[in-house]
Each structure stands twice: as structure tokens, then as C-alpha cells.
Design a protein around this ligand. Sequence first.
Ligand code: CTP
Ligand code: MG
Length: 219
Amino acid sequence: MSVWAVLAAAGSGERLGADRPKAFVRLGEQPLLAESLARLDASEWIDAIVVAAPPGWEEPAILLAEELGCGKVSACVAGGPTRAESVRLGLAEVPGDAAAAVVHDAARPLLEDAVVERVLAALSEGWDGAVPALPLSDTIKRVDGDAVVETLPRDELRAVQTPQAFVADVLRGALDGSDWTDCASAVEAAGGRVKIVEGDARLVKITDAADLERVAALL
Ligand code: CTP
Ligand code: MG
């Protein structure tokens, strides 16, 4: 079974507010993109990688992959205006006979191979997709403006991360032009069965400057 990774790195990083796209902001000694790229390349579960780079940054992304010696990088495409579109463009470079697609956010640099193993194991069990998730520690309320509408049952809620794994054809069929915030939502809406597996607290998503500092401290 061949497993392809699509690394979503094409966002502009508006909330981080740097002078360049988030994937090229420094994390330690390297651009942020380097961490997830090197980890995917070193993964024993991943056969090939497609990077969706910020438009205009394909060349620096390829150079970075070369510098890091990431021999699994098969293509680097310019991403689209939304994450869903970037994933769709990346997936277009994944060959039709690929068995599984693992979609990961470059904004979550601290990827452990055990998480990749967990999401892929679910596909072997017959699930259409699998997502890593953590239980919530805060109570979550549905609101309307500043009024509480209801308190949601916390036991039934999970915070979902990436990498997310899918049967490649299922993901391809599900990404239909809507702006899904995560790939699993698209697969769920298309009737796919998605399994929740144990997430990883280190898979923090870097959104703002404080997140960047927090993750740098964990490197
Ligand atoms: N992403 C992408 N293409 C887009 C938007 C986002 O590939 N058009 C990727 C980002 O590069 C990131 C992941 O999706 O790795 C999660 O997105 P987010 O954290 O929102 O990153 P940005 O969209 O870059 O940040 P912001 O929303 O603050 O602009
Ligand atoms: Mg965004």
C-alpha cells in the first residue's frame, strides 16, 4: 500500500502577522515548514510527499526540501486561496493508484511518527479516514452573540488535529469545492466513516506569535 502525504503549507499566516507566509517564519534555526517536512520524510509510514506552498514560494520550498535531503518530496505546488483548495491542488499530484493520503498542516510542526501510525492503522481496520483528537479540558458553550444558548456535553466533544489519513479515492471524491476547514469534515459529509484516534498534545497548531514561542520551547 503506498501512502502519500499532502503537506498543507500554503497559508498566509495573517494572524501571525509576520513579513512572510507562516511556513517560512523562523522556528529555531529553520523555516517552520522544515520541521514537518523533515519529520514526514523520516517517517517509516510515508512513501512520498506533495507540498502545497504559498503561491510564489514553490521554489524556496523545493530548495528547502533539497537542503534537508527530503528525497520523498515528489512535487511542490502552489496552494489555493483556502486550505481545502490547497489540499485539492496537492492531491491532484498524488497518483491514482495511491492507497492512502495523509494530510498534515505545516502549522503543526511537532509531528511524531506514532500519530501517523495510529491514523494509518485505522485505515487497515477498514475505516475511510482517521483523525487524531484530544479530549477537551474547558467546558464548551454554544452562544448567540454574548448570550449562552446551551452547554455542550464535553464527553462527546474532541479537539481534532492533523495528520489526518484517508483512503485516497475517498478523499479525492469528497473534496468537492466547498471550503471545509478540515478534510475529515468533507469525508463525513460525503458519508465516509472517520475514526477518532489518540492525538498528541505536542501537535499544537501555530496560529499567533505566542504559539510560535511555545512550540519553539518544545523543540
Ligand atoms: N493552508 C493552506 N492553504 C491555505 C490556507 C491554509 O495550505 N489557503 C494551510 C496553512 O499553511 C496551515 C494549515 O493550512 O499549515 C492551517 O491553516 P492556518 O493555521 O489557518 O494557517 P494560515 O491560513 O496561514 O493562517 P491565518 O488563518 O492566520 O492566515
Ligand atoms: Mg487560515
